[in-house]
Each structure stands twice: as structure tokens, then as C-alpha cells.
Design a binder for this molecule. Sequence first.
Ligand code: SAM
Ligand code: SF4
Length: 473
Amino acid sequence: MQFTPQQYRVPDIPMQPFIDADEIWDYLNSTVSSPGKVQQVIDKSLAKNRLNLEETAILINATDGESVRLIKEGAKALKTEVYGNRIVLFAPLYVGNKCTNDCAYCGFRVSNSEQVRKTLSREELVKEIEALEESGQKRLILVFGEHAEYNPGFIAETVKTAYSVKKGQGEIRRVNINAAPLDVEGFRIVKEAGIGTYQVFQETYHREAYKTYHIRGKKSDYDHRLTSLDRAQEAGLDDVGIGALIGLYDWRFEVMGLVRHTNHLEACYNVGPHTISFPRIKDASMLRMGSHYFASDEEFARLVAILRLAVPYTGMILTAREPAALRNELIQYGVSQIDGGTKIELGSYISQQKNLDLNRSQFRINDDRSLNEVIDELLQQGMLPSFCTACYRLGRTGEHFMEFSVPGFIKRFCTPNAILTLAEYLTDYAPVATAEKGWKVIEKNMAGLNEKMRNEVGEKINRIKQGERDLYR
Ligand code: SAM
Ligand code: SF4
């Protein structure tokens, strides 16, 4: 795919910073919105074009009731068209919480003496992964603090362990990473271990605000963090995830920053980010920061819908930081991936205990439903839960991974693979009541496939029922 280059004040040069705060504020302050203009921008987005900063600012500045309704409806329509009714499921696995940084918002920060420090031993790691597999998980994101111990070699070993553990019918088929930014060689090492997406969140795109939250440690270097995913690309790791921690600075600026970051990766590497995350700050052990920039639920819903429209082809992740009811609502506006059965206390997947102790976790989560409870609710809403990992395993990533650029991609690949991975889950892990709902949803989705595909998927489902696993196309 070719992207239309944008002319911005700071040109896009690989490995060079690209955010100009004044330019972003100029767009936000000078762009005037109206329902008519909003509709024009939405039309561009519905034609599956990524928006530029000016168009994104038009959506951000649209605060009247009619415009907000148009934006939410537009996001819903785009989501249905680009992603269908699939929701991809994953679980985070915290590997180690030692950290040499002092991020003001994080329970793991070095100055928090209340935090119980721990790195999972290999044995503990295996047990955690077995417990995750026994609940039906297939996709993990491994999370690390920033510490010399968690060097690229260590991360790569952890990834290999995750792939090697098999419990019953269970296996992990995709391991993503959320860890400190690496140098080019480091990214090469973790890529060779077979990782999926490498996520690095900028936290805030506003340089001056960034300084106030990151006073000490390696993470205090704004430019090093901003260019980290350029280094990943230079290392051949083209599957990257960006994010902003909402609540550190004005959310409107962060949305512009995320879009600008997307432009930059497209301009320099001809591939945008695979995913965008927009965590909101939650309570954490010894959290000491003001709430001035916190976004309300309504602002957050707008933010999700605007991002969906601004970057039509990028996966959007909403985690268990948010409560179930809000997640159920926001899924409609464009979220494509959620975590389920989440436990963030180190070593807690093997226990029955829910997430309780803030001094053993990074922050407080607000959705501690089990994976099956999440799946059951998705099914009730007519969604199609998916554990699909086919694209990345068939090399359909990066530049080649633009779902909508190939007409009919979803019908040809995503829906069939979602159905097949759900069929595995229903066969291996679901209680009877969930399985009943699940097979009905499968039947309904099969009806939307053409006859040839329906027959192929039907034949594969029979093979799953007879014990074969990991069938995809
Ligand atoms: N240590 C690595 C780093 O900083 O890049 C890994 C990231 S951290 C374990 C995962 C993410 O959690 C952070 O990038 C940040 O956006 C988010 N986070 C930190 N504190 C949080 C809080 N109190 N509430 C919600 N999210 C938080
Ligand atoms: Fe460490 Fe990451 Fe937490 Fe900052 S956000 S204190 S780097 S774990």
C-alpha cells in the first residue's frame, strides 16, 4: 500500500523525532468544526483513508450533540465494515516488576518502596503459562519493568519458553511484548525469538509534560522513547504497537500525537502501527499525581471513536483497566482486541485469588471477569470471539498486513479463522451454557460465508471435533 505523504513542520526522517507541539496545538486551536465538516471527514474515513492532523482536529473539536452522534455512528459503521464482529482475545503475563525508572504514575517505579519486587523463575513462568493455557488462552502479552535483568536475551528466552509450554490441548501461538525500548540489535534478538507485536507506549507525546513525569532513569529521554519503534523497524521488526497513557496531558493532544506517530511510521517505513493502545491512568500503589488531565468516560468514548475513524486499518486495544460495562460499550466504537481473565499480580494465574494487592501489581484493574465470562458476554452481544494467529504465522504482517487493502480479506481469512479458533475453545474449555451460545454464533457467522468457504470451514470444524487442532487458512 502507498500512503499519501503529509507536509508537516518537522519532516519525517527515520530515527529522528517528529512531534512539534506547537503545530499540534495550532491545528487544535484553529480548526473549526461543524456537523457538515464532520460528515465530510467521516466519509473520507469510511472510504478507508487514514485521516491527517487537520481532519483529526475537526473530529476532536466537534463537541455538539449532532457531531458527536455522527462520529460514534461513523466509528461503529467503520468497525463493522473493516473488522466485522470479531474481537480478538489475549491475556497479559507480568514477568518481572523490577524497574530503574521512576514514572510518577506507575506502581513499579523505583522509588516505590512498598512494591514487592519479583521476577518469575523459569519454573514459575511455566506454571503460569500452563494455567493460562488451561483456561483456553492462545495469545499472550509479556510485560516487564525496565531493568538490566530484562535484557533482550532474557526477553527472548521468556518468549521461547512461552511457545514451548504445552498443557493438554493448550498452546500459546502468539507472544507479544510490552517492555522497555531496545536498541536495534536488541530488537533483532527479540524478533528472532518469534515475537508478534512489540509495544512501546509514548505515555505522553507532549515533551514538556513528559519531563515532569519521568524525572529519573533511562525513560527520562523523550526522544529515545519516541524513536524506539523506528529502531524496531530498522531491525526488521515491522509489527509494532503505539500508545498514550491518557491522563498525563490533554487527551486531545495525545490523539493528535498518536495520529502523527502513525504518519511518521508510514512515511519512513511504509507501514503503520499494528495496534494502538490508550490506557487510562488507574490507581496504583503509592500513586501521587494530580487528576487535572483525567478523561471522563464520555470523553474516552469520543477518543475511541475518533481514533477508529482516524486510523481505519489499525487494531485498537482496550484492556481490563476499564470496567466491564464500559468495555462492552466501547467495543462497538472500534476496539478490535481485549484481554480476558486478566490477572496482573506477578505469579497469580496459578491461584484462585482475584487481583487484590496493589503492592504486587502495576495498577488496579477494574474488570476481573474470567476468560469464559468475557467470552460468554461477547457471545450474548452477538460478537465473534477470536484467538486467531494466522496472519502473523503465515507472514502476513507489517506492510502486507492491511486487512482492508485486499477486498474481501475478512470474509476470506478473519471470519473463518475466528470461527475455527472459537470452535476449538468451545470444544476444549467452555462450560455447556457458553458452548451452546457459541455454536449458535458460529452457525450464524457461517451463514454469512459463501458456499465454498462454508463447506471448507464446516469440514475443518468436523476435524476439530475429532481432535485435530490449529487449523487455519
Ligand atoms: N516498563 C515498560 C515501559 O515503561 O515501557 C513496560 C510498560 S508498563 C509495564 C505498561 C504500561 O502500563 C505503561 O507503558 C503505561 O502506559 C501503563 N501504566 C503505567 N502505570 C499505569 C497506571 N497507574 N494506570 C494505568 N496504566 C498504567
Ligand atoms: Fe518502570 Fe514501565 Fe512502570 Fe515506568 S511504566 S516505572 S518504566 S514499569
